[in-house]
Write a protein that binds this ligand. Structure first.
Ligand SMILES: Nc1ncnc2c1ncn2[C@@H]1O[C@H](COP(=O)(O)OP(=O)(O)OP(=O)(O)O)[C@@H](O)[C@H]1O
Ligand SMILES: [Mg+2]
Length: 379
């Protein structure tokens, strides 16, 4: 739990850091765009000014040419013009030349400034483009991180749940071992100790009271027989050998016959689709365990008069139902508040889900219980 919390926090921090990065990029891209627009406006103004300067240069060139022609004419016909005229023409031409060179200088400066502005616009444009690309990439990364890493959390949740289930299975196995150990300890082990004790008494009485020894030996034989039966029951409960030898239906019949000896309840087994049909071992064990647990529950909790087990073996599927007319129970409450010591129904559900099957438990207090299981037969 702690690790998931830490991971959640790390994911949230990463996402907010990336989000912050995205906002920074957006603000950089915004100001770059603004800078580009300003530069473009300046460039437009400058280009207008260049056009004006070029027109002025053209005009001045024309004027300068005329002034030069006029000066040459005044020089050539100096008897026609006064000295003042010559002086004026000369000054006029010089003045225009000065203006022209100033205007040309201005044109060169403007062109240089224009080139610089164009380079700057190109650079800012590159920044805008790069920021745009980054924005999309970071957006995609953000989506990936939030989607992907949330997936990781979900996966971790699943792993944790599986771990919990595994722990419960291990605990259930331990409880089962404890149950078997207790059964052997209270039953056969106790009897064996008794047998040894009474055999020792027989040994001592052998020569003194042979009749008593005979009676004692008779009791001993019964005791050993009883123990043998108990041991057989324990072995059957652990793993019925007959399941591997004869298959599911004969095993269930034997199990029911054994249970019938201990209860007045009427148990009926209905098989549809083949009394001798063999299934994959894992499936046969699962079916046996499901029916075994259901019958044990009925025996322990239901106080039922009657119980019907139906086994329907279809080509690709096996359906099992176990119905009793006992006192029933609140399934929802039981499954929700599943006591730590109740593994029967939980184990049944896990077994069925492991085999890709479905289980449905229908029960209401005082209405009896029905368990429906359907498992696909694969291969
Ligand atoms: N056929 C039934 N009739 C009435 N109550 C039932 C029946 N089957 C189950 N229950 C109720 O559901 C509860 C849970 O059953 P589950 O088999 O999971 O646990 P359990 O039998 O109490 O313990 P465990 O199976 O681990 O020895 C039981 O305690 C019982 O109250
Ligand atoms: Mg049970």
């Amino acid at each position: 739990m702690q690790e998931i919390k830490q991971l959640d926090e790390a994911i949230r921090n990463t996402i907010s850091a990336v989000q912050k990065g995205r906002e920074d990029i957006m603000s950089i891209s915004g100001s770059a765009r603004q800078q580009r627009d300003e530069l473009l406006a300046k460039l437009v103004d400058l280009k207008g000014e260049i056009l004006d300067v070029i027109t002025a240069v053209d005009r001045l060139e024309r004027e300068e040419k005329l002034a030069r022609i006029h000066l040459m004419e005044v020089n050539r016909n100096f008897n026609k013009y006064t000295e003042k005229d010559i002086q004026q023409a000369y000054e006029e031409a010089q003045h225009i030349q000065l203006q022209l060179s100033q205007m040309r200088e201005r044109e060169a400066q403007h062109r240089q400034r224009r080139d610089q502005l164009e380079i700057m616009v190109r650079r800012v444009n590159e920044t805008v483009e790069r920021a745009k690309k980054l924005e999309t990439q970071v957006g995609m990364a953000l989506e990936l991180i939030s989607g992907g890493l949330q997936g990781v959390t979900v996966k971790l949740d699943e792993i944790q749940l599986r771990q919990q289930v595994s722990l419960r299975i291990i605990k259930a196995q331990e409880e089962e071992r404890l149950r078997v150990a207790r059964e052997i300890h209270d039953g056969p082990a106790q009897s064996m100790a008794n047998v040894v004790l009474r055999a020792e008494i027989c040994e001592k009485l052998m020569s003194v009271e042979p009749d008593k020894v005979r009676a004692e030996l008779h009791d001993l034989k019964d005791m050993v027989k009883e123990s043998l039966q108990e041991v057989r029951k324990i072995i059957f409960d652990l793993r019925p050998m007959v399941l591997d030898d004869l298959g599911i239906v004969p095993t269930l019949r034997r199990f029911i016959a054994e249970l019938q000896k201990r209860t007045d309840m009427n148990i009926e087994l209905v098989v549809l689709g083949g009394e001798e049909q063999r299934l994959a071992s894992v499936l046969e064990v699962a079916i046996f365990r499901i029916v075994q647990e259901s019958l044990n529950n009925i025996y322990k909790h239901a106080e039922a008069k009657r119980c019907v087990i139906k086994l329907e073996i279809l080509p690709g599927r096996i359906n099992i139902s176990i119905a009793d007319n006992g006192r029933g129970f609140d399934t929802e409450r039981t499954m929700q508040n599943m006591d730590v010591d109740c593994f029967g129904l939980l184990g049944m559900r896990e077994r069925v889900e492991l085999l890709d099957g479905q289980i449905k438990i229908v029960s209401k207090p005082e209405k009896g219980t029905e368990i429906h299981v359907s498992i696909p037969i694969k291969g």
